[in-house]
Design a binder for this molecule. Structure first.
Ligand SMILES: [Zn+2]
Length: 376
């Protein structure tokens, strides 16, 4: 299977080792995967049960830590049923492991010995874990403001961290520069078509675990939008295979303090955006979704429109309360994950009572830099 540039249409072999097109565009699998239940390895309880549906280079073997096949928990909150898929139970504590496992498996098959990535959180920890498992050397460019708690998880796996002063984007530039100067592959979870393919397994699993059906609504916290977009691609495959009649509606939740997708989706006027930002200043506690310029913005907007979905923004107070509410149910997640529940709470009254809703709980509270007790 080949990859295709979403901007200019250029094709690349899936063993070319490119992380983006020469034009800078994003790579995607050139052909849509044909989802077939016959190829599912039903005795394998990890995402590798879908191995034959993943666009891996010839001969690639899984670099696995047992990711995927996460449990689903049903709750009743405020008199309404809700299902939660516990993605934070992944090996490194976040959903990112789905993409990383597939990405690192591809890279090991291509003989890559060094990787570089930029991230201050879950993606970096995930890459560091899988690089360790694969025997690949990892360097992570982190913003200088990254908390010691997060650095510890990245470094304990054996990755080297490089602190980059300035805003988040500077770390990305430094990582790409390093990849250009050295033999290291830029293993970006945002750009990589392999990481995107790994994320599709979330909806494959959901369909299987819920008895070959899907909920009406899926609610995601969205920063870069790779999880929502990967899910969308998987949903399209299930529909094309005739396994679902229509696509679930996808809802993206953003923090009021950083909501570029909200602005793009609703085509809000600059005045409305300025007004929203005026009301809420300072960084959001949902740091995992605080992306000012998401790389896949247009793709995510298109996916939301095609499913009849929407974007909701939530305040800091709502995120904090949602995190507490989950903790009071025994689920300790990071504020970014709790934002999805806050989004559901905003929407709840407008959703038909008979339409099932599910949201992924994306990241563990244990490695969150912001403590639940402080509220900020
Ligand atoms: Zn291109």
């Amino acid at each position: 299977m080949a990859f295709l540039c979403a901007s200019c249409g250029q094709h690349y072999a899936n063993d070319s080792g490119r992380w983006c097109c020469e034009c800078g565009g994003l790579l995607e699998p050139a052909e849509r995967t044909v989802f077939q239940t016959a190829v599912i390895e039903r005795g394998e309880f990890s995402l590798w049960r879908y191995r034959k549906l993943l666009p891996l280079p010839e001969g690639a073997e899984p670099v696995s830590l047992g990711e995927g096949w996460t449990p689903i928990v049903s709750l009743e909150l405020a008199g309404r049923p809700l299902q939660l898929k516990l993605e934070f139970l992944a090996p490194s504590g976040s959903f990112k492991d789905r993409g990383t496992s597939v990405l690192v498996s591809a890279l090991r098959a291509l003989g890559v010995g060094q990787v570089v990535e930029d991230s201050s959180g879950n993606a970096a920890a995930s890459l560091a874990a899988y690089a360790a498992r694969a025997g690949i050397e990892a360097q992570i460019c982190v913003p200088a403001y990254t908390s010691p708690a997060k650095l510890r998880q990245i470094e304990v796996y054996g990755a080297r961290t490089i602190r980059v002063p300035g805003p988040r984007e500077q770390a990305g530039e430094r990582a790409r520069q390093l990849a250009g100067e050295t033999k290291a592959y830029y293993a970006s979870h945002v750009y990589s078509p392999w990481a995107l393919a790994g994320l599709k397994t979330f909806v494959y699993e959901l369909w299987e675990q819920l008895g070959e059906k899907l909920p009406e609504w899926l609610i995601y916290p969205v920063g870069q939008g790779t999880f929502l977009y990967g899910s969308y691609l998987g949903l399209c495959e299930l529909k094309e295979a005739g396994l679902i009649r229509r696509l679930p509606r996808l809802v993206a939740v953003q923090a009021e303090r950083c909501a570029p997708l909200w602005a793009a989706f609703a085509e809000h006027s600059p005045t409305q955006i300025v007004e929203q930002e005026r009301q809420s200043t300072g960084p959001t506690i949902a740091e995992g979704i605080a992306m000012r310029s998401p790389v896949r913005l247009e793709q995510v907007v298109r996916a939301l429109r095609r499913t009849g979905g929407q974007v909701v923004t939530v305040s800091e107070e709502e995120i904090y309360r949602a995190q507490q509410e989950l903790a009071h149910q025994g689920l300790y997640v990071e504020p970014t994950s709790a934002a999805a529940l806050a989004g559901w709470q905003r929407l709840r009254e407008s959703l038909p009572a008979d339409e099932p809703v599910l949201l992924p709980l994306t990241g563990s509270g244990l490695k969150s830099a912001k403590q639940i007790s402080s509220g900020e």
